[in-house]
Design a protein around this ligand. Structure first.
Ligand SMILES: Nc1ncnc2c1ncn2[C@@H]1O[C@H](COP(=O)(O)OP(=O)(O)O)[C@@H](O)[C@H]1O
Ligand SMILES: [Mg+2]
Length: 499
C-alpha cells in the first residue's frame, strides 16, 4: 500500500471518527440542554411558519377558510366543528375557534389551558395566516383565518399542530448534515492529501529520481533546499551523501590521474637509466672501455644507475605499503638527540662531498625521549636531507639542523639555503608524486614520493611535518614528535640536565 493511500485512509478514518464523536456529543448535549438551542428552534420556526400543516390538514384548513368567508355563523354548529376536528385528528392536528375573546371550540387534543393567551390577536386583513408559537417547552405551528360573524363580532378559526421540535428537526436536518459531513470529509481529505503529497510524497519522489541519477553515475545535480521536517532531514542527508560521493569520486579520478601520471613517470624514470646502462654495457661489449680506468668508470656509472633504479622501485614499494597501512611500526624508546647525531654522522661523507657546511644546534641539553621506529625515522631524515642536497643551488651551501624540546613535543628543524619552493607549490609538496619541478629529465630526477613517505611515517608516529620556504632563499622542514617521560620521572622542559 502506498503512503498516499495509507494517509488517505488514516485521514478519512480520523475524520469519520471525530465527526461521529462530535455528532454524538452534540446530540447528548441537545438532549441534556434543550432550552439552550434557541437558534435551532429559530430555523425550525421559520420552516413551520412557511408550511405549518400537512397536506391533508392544509386542505381542511382551506375548507374551513371557505366556510368562514361564506357562512361564518355555521361555526356555532358544534357537530360540524367536531366533524372537522375528527378529520384533523387523523393528522395529529387540532381545531380552535374563537369569537371575540371567548372560545367557541377547542380540540381536546391539546389539553393546554394557556392556549387562549398564546394565540395571536385579531387581524381581520389576514396579512399573516401562518405562524408558530410556543407555550413553555411545547411548540405549535398554526394556520388561521380571521373573519366577522353575521352580527359583526370578530372570529378566528385556527388549525394547530403541535410539533416536537428537536426530533423532527433532527429528522429533517439529518440529510443536510450527512451531505455536509461528506463534503467536509471530501474537502478535508483533498486538502490533507495535497498537503501531504506536497510535503512528503513529492520530495520522496524527487529523492528517488536523484537516487536513480546517482545510480546512473550522474552526481552533478543539486536538490532543492530542504524543508525543516523529517523529509527535509532525509533530503539533507541525501544531499550530504551526494556531495561526499562527488568528492570521493573526484578524489578517485584524481588518484587515477596521479597513478597514470606515476606510471608514465616511472616508465620514463626507469627507461632512462636502463637505456644508459644498456649503452654502457654495449660500450664494454664493443670494447670501447679498452683501458682499466675506462672500464672502472663505466662499471661505476652502471652501478650508480642501477642503484638509482633500485631506490626508485624500493620507494614506490614502500610508499604503496605505507599507503595501505601494511607496514608495521616497531616502536621503541629512543633519545632523539643521539638519533640525530648518528644520522648526521652517516651523512657526513655526502655533505663533505657536496661541499655543504652543516650546523647542529641542539637546544635540548637533556636526552629527549620519543617512541619511534628507528629505521623509518631514519628514512624520513634521509628523504629530507636528500631533498636539501638535491635542490641546493648556492655557492656557499649551508644547512642547519636544530632540535628543540618542550614538555610535549620534540621538534627537529631542517634548514637549507637552496632554491626554495614556490608559494603555490608549497601546500602540495607532501602529496604523493608531487614535484614542484616539472621537468623530469633534470638531474634532480626523483619520484615525488620522498616527502609523501616522510609524511606517512611521521604521521604514523602521531607527529606532524610541515614546510616553510622563501623561494630563492631556502627551505625549512619541521618535524614534531611526541615526547615520552624520561626515566628520571616527568618530562622535564628539555633544558634541565638529567644528573
Ligand atoms: N629542500 C628543498 N628545497 C627545494 N625544493 C624542495 C625541497 N624539498 C622538497 N622540495 C620540493 O618538493 C617536491 C617534493 O619532494 P619529494 O617528495 O622529496 O620528491 P622528489 O625529491 O622526488 O622530487 C620536490 O620535487 C621539490 O620540488
Ligand atoms: Mg625527494
Amino acid at each position: 500500500m502506498s503512503i498516499r493511500i495509507r494517509m488517505l485512509l488514516s485521514f478519512s478514518s480520523m475524520l469519520v471518527i471525530s465527526l461521529l464523536f462530535i455528532l454524538l456529543t452534540a446530540s447528548l448535549y441537545t438532549i441534556a440542554a434543550t432550552g439552550d438551542l434557541q437558534s435551532f428552534r429559530d430555523i425550525y420556526k421559520a420552516h413551520y411558519r412557511i408550511n405549518p400543516l400537512t397536506e391533508q390538514g392544509e386542505s381542511i384548513f382551506q375548507e374551513l377558510k371557505f366556510v368562514a368567508k361564506n357562512d361564518p355563523d355555521s361555526f356555532r354548529d358544534m357537530p360540524l366543528l367536531r366533524e372537522y376536528d375528527f378529520k384533523l385528528r387523523a393528522e395529529k392536528t387540532g381545531l380552535y375557534v374563537r369569537r371575540e375573546s371567548s372560545q367557541l371550540f377547542e380540540s381536546f387534543t391539546f389539553n393546554q389551558p394557556n392556549l387562549d393567551r398564546a394565540l395571536p390577536p385579531y387581524d381581520l386583513d389576514n396579512t399573516q395566516i401562518r405562524g408558530t408559537f410556543n407555550i413553555n417547552e411545547r411548540f405549535y405551528a398554526y394556520a388561521k383565518f380571521d373573519f366577522r360573524y353575521a352580527d359583526g363580532a370578530r372570529g378566528s378559526v385556527f388549525v394547530i399542530r403541535e410539533r416536537s421540535p428537536f426530533a423532527d428537526l433532527t429528522r429533517r436536518l439529518l440529510p443536510v448534515l450527512t451531505i455536509l459531513l461528506v463534503c467536509v470529509l471530501v474537502i478535508a481529505n483533498v486538502l490533507l492529501y495535497r498537503w501531504i503529497t506536497r510535503s512528503v510524497v513529492r520530495p520522496l519522489h524527487r529523492l528517488r529520481g536523484s537516487a536513480e541519477q546517482i545510480e546512473e553515475g550522474n552526481l552533478q545535480f543539486e536538490l532543492d533546499p530542504p524543508s525543516k521536517d523529517e523529509v527535509g532531514r532525509l533530503q539533507q542527508a541525501f544531499e550530504n551523501m551526494r556531495v561526499q560521493l562527488q568528492q570521493s569520486n573526484r578524489l578517485r579520478l584524481q588518484d587515477e590521474e596521479n597513478r597514470k601520471e606515476l606510471i608514465s613517470n616511472i616508465s620514463h624514470d626507469l627507461r632512462t637509466p636502463l637505456t644508459d646502462i644498456r649503452g654502457y654495457i654495449e660500450g664494454i661489449r664493443d670494447g670501447v672501455a679498452n683501458t682499466p680506468e675506462k672500464m672502472n668508470a663505466y662499471v661505476n656509472i652502471i652501478h650508480a644507475k642501477a642503484a638509482n633504479m633500485d631506490r626508485l622501485v624500493e620507494e614506490l614499494f614502500l610508499y604503496s605499503k605505507l599507503d595501505f597501512k601494511q607496514v608495521p611500526f616497531h616502536l621503541e624508546k629512543m633519545n632523539i638527540v643521539e638519533f640525530m647525531e648518528d644520522s648526521m654522522e652517516e651523512l657526513r661523507y655526502d655533505l663533505e662531498d657536496k661541499g655543504v657546511t652543516l650546523a647542529w644546534n641542539n637546544e635540548a641539553a637533556a636526552p629527549v625521549m620519543v617512541e619511534a621506529d628507528l629505521e623509518k625515522l631514519k628514512r624520513t631524515v634521509m628523504n629530507i636531507m636528500d631533498n636539501a642536497l638535491k635542490y641546493m643551488n648556492k655557492e656557499h651551501k649551508r644547512m642547519s639542523i636544530s632540535l628543540q624540546a618542550d614538555p610535549q613535543w620534540a621538534t627537529v628543524t631542517f634548514e637549507d639555503n637552496g632554491q626554495g619552493i614556490a608559494e603555490e607549490a608549497l601546500p602540495h609538496i607532501f602529496e604523493r608524486f608531487y614535484r614542484a619541478e616539472l621537468s623530469r629529465n633534470s638531474k634532480t630526477g626523483g619520484s615525488g614520493l620522498g616527502l609523501a613517505i616522510a609524511r606517512q611515517i611521521v604521521e604514523g608516529h602521531g607527529g606532524e611535518i610541515r614546510a616553510e620556504s622563501k623561494p630563492g632563499e631556502g627551505t625549512t622542514i619541521i618535524v614534531r614528535l611526541r615526547r615520552i617521560p624520561t626515566e628520571g620521572g616527568g618530562l622535564g622542559d628539555g633544558t634541565n640536565s638529567d644528573h
